[in-house]
Write a protein that binds this ligand. Sequence first.
Ligand SMILES: *Cc1c(COP(=O)(O)O)cnc(C)c1O
Length: 444
Amino acid sequence: MQVKSKLALLGGPKSVQSDPGNIFNWPIVTPEHEEAVLEVLRRGGMSGTDVTRQFEKEYAAWVGTTYALGANTGTESLRAAMFGCGVGVGDEIISPSVTYWASCLPAFSLGATVVFADIDPNTLNIDPNDIEHRITERTKAIVPVHYCGYPADMDPIMEIAARHDLKVIEDVSHAHGGLYKGRMLGSIGDVAAMSLMSGKSFATGEAGILTTNNREIYDRALAFGHYDLYTAENLETEYLKPWAGLPLGGYKFRVNQLSSAMGRVTLKYYDGYIAEIQQAMNYFWDLLDGVPGLRAHRPAKDSGSTMGGWYAARGLYRPEELGGLSISRFAQAVSAEGARCGPGTNKPLHLHPLFHEADVYGHGKPTVIANADRDLRQPAGSLPVSEDIGSHTYSIPWFKKFQPHVIEEYANAYRKSAENYEELLEDDPGRTDDIGTWRFFSPA
Ligand SMILES: *Cc1c(COP(=O)(O)O)cnc(C)c1O
């Protein structure tokens, strides 16, 4: 029997008493990482491409694709992937609304626009059943995001894309090393793009990378923002050869090789890093199994799918099991226990004014419809699951080390807050709509 102990928020003792030590430290930087970075720094190799080209080869081999191409940020890898897929003026891409903006916003700079699909409330990923009716003659690509580490349901998405001759661009920024039914994320779509910035589970400093088996997509991505590598010899796609030497997009995506050096060493040990993260995060959720109001956000154990690095990990919230307790009040109680917990997740992009009003490029009308054949803007109420998800999600700690006694204290903070929910109802300010962020997650 659980003995009720007084909530820290109401003057009781905190659940988290231990010093967390290095359990949250990120990224992992060893003397081997330092040596590799210093080697590039000392020889003045920061703006070269030799280390990056080597890193790309190794990264492609790890993901299991023929090609990989680095970029200075994940955002630019996504822009390059979109151009690689032929997204251009007047085209549409279909993206989830609940994601970081870089999953879709680069479309604007290509003269294209974004149609948002709703998400599934349990996976938090694009809902495969909400895609097909949004496809028009102008749709070029679907962008599933493996959101907060959870693999998007790729089989039906690939089927829909094949039926309509669309490209699929995986955004793997939250899920490096995760598996979908046994297959590496980043190897399933026509192309994948991902961030490698310091906060992500594959952390190099500041960089991005795309992976593909498609030579034309690779060549187009390279031609778009890599003038130094854009040579006739580096390309197999004939129609791109006449313009070699200048980047087609007017972009410069070259990676700072300090990040590539960091990436090469990280890649050597990454499977080990995430194996320990998996063990720690799964232990946390196993401890909370059966607690009312709380559900794990992770694929079933026998599904062959895994969470990879658990970036920005969330929990699912069922307020109806807790007398309607608001997520904000719950998160406040957990935080008071010493386990910082934030309500919500990314705010739905379709409600941001940039997707309604802003005329970014001087078209004389909002950019979102500047080259569109109809008013495709999506008002409040149009994507109900996305608009409601903030009140059904919360952040959980991101453990990098398997230290059971520390993890148990954090799990207790969540359990205690849920099991004593009645004490929280009295001062619950209730539900607000201003939950989540359009910017970034602060690390736990
Ligand atoms: C971080 C992130 C990006 C962009 O990556 P940067 O390296 O920060 O430019 C793209 N998509 C998602 C889902 C992200 O979380």
